[in-house]
Design a protein around this ligand. Sequence first.
Ligand code: SF4
Length: 121
Amino acid sequence: MTDEKKITCIVCPIGCKILVKIDGKHFELVDGNKCKRGIDYAISEALDPRRMLTSSVLVKNGEWPLVSVKSSKPVPKNKIVSVLNEIKKASVNAPVKSGQVVLNNVADTKIDIVATKSIKK
Ligand code: SF4
């Protein structure tokens, strides 16, 4: 069965609406991209959509109770809930350094969750 999907390209501010046809793992670009960069974006968005995640993790014995975190790479969309659940259960002891890995290989994604701020004791 072939699905038609309209994908908004977010590579640049123009935001082209790219029409694609997807049949299982077969991809066909139909219309809408104003440049070649939109083709790569549409392929990855249609066949393997991913998102960068940002959230926060509990800090024990720190000057602040939470530290902001982000994923080291974009997370596959079908793993986002599992990753967020692991982040929710996690905690880290102060001090925390910006860039420190807080969760390694979160939800078996081979992606780390890293602190984006430093928190003192
Ligand atoms: S297809 Fe090209 S011009 Fe259109 S939004 Fe994407 S990057 Fe920008």
